[in-house]
Structures are given as C-alpha cells and as structure tokens.
Write a protein that binds this ligand. Structure first.
Ligand SMILES: [Zn+2]
Length: 226
C-alpha cells in the first residue's frame, strides 16, 4: 500500500512562482488555503459529496493528488481520502501548532497547502487525508486510465458501495443512460404518446397508437408532477 512518510520538506517544489503571481492566478480562497495554509469552513466545499470517477488535482498546478477510488465520506465536513494518488503526489510535513501537532499535506509539485492527514481513516490505510475542496480541481477519469480497473487493490468496497444507491431509485429513469437495456424490451412506443398522457383509467379514444403500454410499466414517472 502506498504510504507516505512524514518528512519535512527537503527538496524545493518543482513549481515556484512569486507570491504575486499566485495571487493573480488563484481565487482569493484558493490563495488563502494553498499559499497561506488557511482552512475553508467545514461543509462548504464543492467536492465534499462529490462521487464522480476521476482525479482530484491540485488547483494550483494540476498535479494529480487523489483519486475518487480513495474518497470516502468521513462526516468531518471536508473531502476525505484514505490515500494519495501516488508517492509523488503529496508531501507530508510536521505542522507544529501551539496546541496540537498535526501532519500537513502539501502538493509535492508546487508546495501548496492541501490539508492534514490523520490516523483515524478507514482500511486499508487507516489514514484520513482531510483536504480542502478549494485546493482541488476535479478531472473526470483521465484518458489513459480505464475506469473499470482503477488503481490496484487499493479500493475497498466502500467507494463502490456508496456510488449506486441501487434500491428503488434505480428503477426510476432519471437519466436516459440509466436503463437503455430495459427500455429496449418494449419497443419504440415512446414516440407517439404526446404530452397529453392519461393515467390509464380512461385510456380509450384518444390518439390511436398511444395506449399500447399498460399503466403498470415504468411509464408513470411523468405524471404526478413534482
Ligand atoms: Zn500543486
């Protein structure tokens, strides 16, 4: 398992820019977090509940930091990962505060502050990389990676479980891509039913081709309007 050892910064980051340039390139909040070590307020980050497949890159330099396979819901108010995308992704530094000592997580490439890592994460690493959303930039699955075979054995069942909610909701056609196969069974009768669809109690009479599907099917989705 990839595990990064806590070390002080030994080598200067690959990307170095004058402070003024960072200030111009980043939003105010990104600058405060990445370059000044601030923390965004809990439960405000855009990636807190994000579930898409892909990579979380550094908002400052684009370095791939974490992958969605390692993301889990920690309940802490910040996006949490149980491991970084690779050895070269992040660097850990001892963060000696006045009250407690923590381990800071820093982008290895640009030195930007990302968050902290704690030892109360889930298996397999037991680590919780607690990362500010605004320090991240999400990129959907990179072209060189097949989404079906993510990074090696790293993925616990956890992310997979959280992604589906395959209960009754799965039956409701919320996106066209959701159930193409099932649809194909009852052929193309979707075309005729015009906007005026009736709840099957008084089916006859209207447009001829419309009433081929009984009201039992998945058809009903349209009509109790929200
Ligand atoms: Zn960076």
């Amino acid at each position: 398992m990839r595990r990064t050892r806590a070390t002080q910064a030994t080598t200067p980051p690959e990307i170095q820019k004058p402070d003024e340039q960072w200030r111009q390139e980043l939003t105010r909040q990104q600058y405060d977090v990445l370059r000044r070590g601030h923390t965004e307020p809990a439960f405000t980050g855009r990636y807190l509940y994000a579930k898409g497949d892909g990579s979380y890159c550094c908002a400052g330099c684009g370095n791939e930091l974490f992958r969605s396979d390692a993301k889990f819901r920690s309940g802490t108010g910040w996006p949490s990962f149980f491991q970084p995308a690779g050895e070269a992704a992040v660097e850990l530094r001892t963060d000696q505060g006045w009250v407690l000592r923590r381990t800071e997580v820093v982008c290895r490439r640009c030195g930007g502050h990302l968050g902290h890592v704690f030892r109360d994460g889930p298996r397999p690493t037991r680590r919780r990389y607690c990362i500010n959303s605004c320090a991240l930039s999400f990129k959907p699955v990179p072209p060189d990676r097949d989404p079906s075979d993510g990074p090696p054995a790293s993925l616990g069942q956890r992310p997979r479980r959280s992604r589906g909610t395959p209960t009754a909701a799965g039956r409701r056609p919320r996106s066209a891509a959701a159930l193409p196969r099932r649809r194909s069974r009852l052929p193309v009768r979707r075309l005729p039913p015009s906007p005026v669809r009736r709840p099957s109690s008084r089916p006859q009479g209207s447009t001829s081709g419309a009433r081929t599907t009984p009201a039992t099917g998945p058809r009903r989705r349209g009509w109790p309007p929200p």
